[in-house]
Design a protein around this ligand. Structure first.
Ligand code: NAP
Length: 242
């Protein structure tokens, strides 16, 4: 990935941080997006700087189109062009449907689904002009098999899979691939928020939770030249759960 530039949304923590570090290790210029946690974003930047000086942080809420335009513009000002997009930013607002209010639904859809749309729309135009691109969307096992208490989240992640498959068909002839990764349960702040009862009852065939690096490894493969004949696919990285 030498001389290629990647934007990682939600790169300040968790899975996004691991992706940023792996991209830096593989020679990419890294644009770390975050929305509120500047300290963590700078920590990710410092970790990437062990491998490259070409790394910046950009604040922006992916649910806002103008913020996404700014993220892309800052990336282009610093590095000239963007070849790889990783749509990783995501939130949960869990609850059974009878207790889930409209705002909990809308917020999750706006960040997880519309945020990915915003970035893909902007980057598609840019990548078509450059005749090259790799788009990797972080979906979830829950978008494939569902999960009680996550009607909003699973809808957003199933939507991401639909967008991935459709956009892959739109862009395939332009030398741009679009794929998704569906992680299982990965150790991050997001899963730390889950009650012990949920975590204890997980039936994971490989008998361990996933690490952020497990996801980063798959993302780096899809971002590399080695994946050029793969598009419109969903790769589950879930220890065999699905
Ligand atoms: P996390 O530790 O909670 O980190 C979430 C990241 O998203 C943070 O960098 C956060 O930025 C950023 N973010 C949140 N809202 C944003 C917004 N509006 N605009 C831009 N950035 C925003 O989550 P994670 O576990 O690493 O999850 C990363 C992705 O993997 C998510 O899409 C998640 O749905 C998916 N996933 C996770 C798991 C899992 O088990 N952990 C499983 C399946 C799928 P700040 O630091 O600024 O808040």
């Amino acid at each position: 990935m030498q001389n290629k530039t990647v934007i990682v949304t939600g790169g300040s923590r968790g899975i996004g941080r691991a992706i940023c570090i792996d991209m830096a290790k593989n020679g990419a210029n890294v644009v770390i997006n975050y929305t509120s946690n500047e300290k963590e974003a700078i920590e990710t930047m410092n970790l990437c700087k062990k491998y490259t000086e070409k790394v910046i942080v950009v604040k922006g809420d992916v649910s806002k189109y103008a913020d996404c335009e700014n993220i892309l513009n800052v990336a282009i000002e610093n590095f000239g062009s963007v070849e790889i997009l990783v749509n990783n930013a995501g939130i949960t607002k869990d609850g059974l449907i009878i207790r889930m209010n409209e705002d909990d639904f809308t917020k999750v859809i706006n960040i997880n689904l519309k945020g990915s749309f915003n970035m893909m729309k902007l980057l598609s135009a840019h990548m078509i002009r450059k005749k090259y691109g790799r788009i990797i969307n972080i979906s979830s096992i829950v978008g494939i098999i569902g999960n009680a208490g996550q009607v909003n989240y699973s809808a957003s992640k199933a939507g991401v899979i639909g967008m991935t498959k459709s956009l892959a068909k739109e862009l395939a002839s332009r030398n741009i691939t679009v794929n998704a990764i569906a992680p299982g349960f990965i150790v991050t702040d997001m899963t730390k928020a889950l009650p012990d009862s949920v975590m204890e009852n997980l039936n994971i065939p490989v008998k361990r939770l996933g690490e952020a690096e497990d996801i980063a490894n798959a993302v780096c493969f899809l971002a590399s030249e080695k994946s050029s004949y793969i598009t419109g696919q969903v790769i589950s990285v879930d220890g065999g759960m699905s």
